[in-house]
Write a protein that binds this ligand. Structure first.
Ligand SMILES: [Zn+2]
Length: 463
């Protein structure tokens, strides 16, 4: 039985899906106004791990994650670049997917875009206005947070302290500081849509409500995201659903921060905060292992040092795959327990691993067990029992794969410099630099690789 820390209840609870054998989850996705950074890597990996874990147990997961493609920050980025908002958003979105593919994060089943849901959002706002939960001002439409009695549930703080911390703009026409914009009246030159309550564009907090309810239905299983979204974003999403009388997410979960070495970081390391850069410098699996070695709710430090440490730790697992010449698992699909009946003979080891991950994703405990298995496999082989060692090594590979960590042994077709070249080629393509992309393809071919374009970007294998 999966247990997760539910932010709404403030404790670890049993997670019983709405429909047995199925799991519906919504993860707030990126605002595509800039290059993806390592913090994005953390939340996408954290929830990719949960998604894969559910698949491993035979659960059919529907994973929805949106793209915010209209927002103040996108408008500002477009103005700086002197280009249309849609072009800027599309360009950063391509970079986003290239980075996700590089990280081994599975594509969501649905990727709703804010601009595709304007009609649904307008209809929602009309209902909120008609029922007295929203009010009009000169600069748009606001949600009246005082109309929702449980407002503040996710923030977990008294309303007074939330009010004191709320940002009040000089030109705000809000009734109370916690009220938030549902609709922003169009300013000259900005993208705009028609609505019965005035021409404008939606505020950020409305899209996820419209999308999650339409794609997953009421009372879906889990809404998750980074801890920084708990308040006000998730609080405000929830308030709208409550005001609409809709059953919203049954559980809420939030992952911890990423910490970087702050301002003391030298200029040469500053760009390490870009996910694309991290992927070019390090084995993508190292970031996943770095996260798995910490609890998903704990803060983690992502620096060249901690990533290099994770790479060394990864090498100890890869060494097992090499020693036992393990057949690599298919990295393009989630690993399912039912596809590996052979591991069931190691009942106790499997049960201990499952218990750890099911316990609010206690991956540090699960990863420690992987290293115990590595020691055990090597010990068995050292004492002459190669077959028993091989079975343990295979178990290790399957369990690591259940969390999306794929071991690569002697048969691995990629090495680090060549996979960095492939990632750089995806990045060049994403920014439309096809001359550079072709140059990188030629370089890979010269190194003896066959280069193919797969759904997750450049795929290379030895010729
Ligand atoms: Zn959201």
């Amino acid at each position: 039985m999966l247990r997760l820390h539910d932010s709404a209840q403030g404790r670890v609870v049993d997670v019983v899906p709405r429909v047995e054998g199925k799991f519906s989850m919504y993860v707030c996705g990126p605002t595509v106004d800039n290059v993806p950074h390592i913090g994005h890597g953390r939340f996408t990996l954290a929830w990719d791990v949960l998604r894969r874990w559910l698949h491993f147990g035979g659960v059919d997961v529907t994973y929805v994650s949106n793209v915010t493609d209209i927002d103040d920050k996108i408008i500002a980025a477009a103005a700086r670049a002197g280009r249309p908002e849609a072009d800027v958003a599309a360009e950063y979105e391509e970079m986003w997917w290239a980075a996700m593919a590089g990280l081994g994060v599975m594509r969501p089943d649905h990727v709703p875009h804010a601009t595709e849901y304007i009609g649904q959002m307008v209809a929602m706002i009309e209902v909120l206005l008609a029922t007295g939960h929203a009010y009009r001002t000169d600069d748009g439409v606001y949600f009246d947070t005082s109309t929702v009695e449980s407002y503040g549930l996710l923030a977990g703080q008294p309303l007074d302290s939330l009010r004191a911390g709320a940002r009040v703009e000089a030109n705000d026409q809000k009734r109370t500081p916690l009220d938030f914009a549902l609709w922003k009246a169009a300013k000259p030159g900005e993208p705009r849509w028609d609505a019965s309550f005035g021409v404008g564009r939606p505020g950020w907090h409305t899209e996820c409500v419209a999308m999650s309810l339409e794609l997953l239905g009421e009372n879906f299983d889990l809404h998750s995201g980074g801890q920084d979204l708990k308040f006000p974003h998730h609080e405000n999403e929830r308030a709208q659903a409550v005001a609409l009388g809709k059953g919203f997410s049954r559980h809420w979960a939030h992952n911890g921060w990423v910490e970087v070495e702050g301002v003391k970081m030298s200029s040469s390391l500053n760009n390490f905060t870009s996910l694309t850069d991290l992927l070019a410098r390090a084995d993508q699996r190292a970031y996943r292992l770095l996260l798995l070695r910490a609890h998903y709710r704990a803060p983690i430090e992502v620096t060249p040092g901690t990533v290099a440490d994770a790479e060394r730790a990864l090498e100890r697992l890869d060494a097992v795959a090499r020693r036992f010449r393990l057949e690599p698992l298919d990295e393009t699909v989630p690993v399912r327990r039912s596809d590996h009946p052979e591991i069931e003979s190691a009942e106790d080891d499997v049960a201990a691993f499952v218990a750890a991950v099911d316990d609010d994703l206690d991956t540090p405990r699960a990863v420690a067990q992987l290293y115990d298995l590595a020691t055990k496999a090597n010990g068995l082989a050292d004492s002459g029992d190669a077959a028993a060692g091989n079975a343990v090594a295979h178990l290790l590979a399957v369990l690591a794969g259940s969390l999306g960590l794929f071991l690569r042994g002697a048969d691995a077709t990629l090495d680090k410099p060549s996979s960095a070249l492939a990632a750089a080629r995806d990045e060049a393509r994403a920014r439309g630099d096809f001359v550079e992309a072709d140059r990188l393809r030629d370089e890979l071919v010269a190194l003896g690789f066959v280069v193919e374009d797969g759904p997750a970007g450049t795929r290379i294998r030895r010729a």
